[in-house]
Design a protein around this ligand. Structure first.
Ligand SMILES: [Zn+2]
Length: 55
């Protein structure tokens, strides 16, 4: 399977482990790093966890 580089949707940095989440409206799946995940999930009713993505 071909590897694709994913960048954090928030800080635009490439990480070896990304988290697939929804965190804003309109809801769409995005990838974020752990640091940004912890930031955007706080008091966020739109937050939804969709899995961990590793390279
Ligand atoms: Zn990030």
């Amino acid at each position: 399977m071909k590897q694709r580089i994913k960048y954090c949707n928030v800080c635009k940095v490439d990480f070896p482990t990304m988290y697939r989440i929804q965190y804003k409206n309109p809801k769409e799946w995005v990838f974020v790093c752990e640091d940004c995940l912890l930031k955007v999930k706080i008091n966020n009713s739109a937050y939804k966890y969709g899995g961990t993505w590793k390279k």
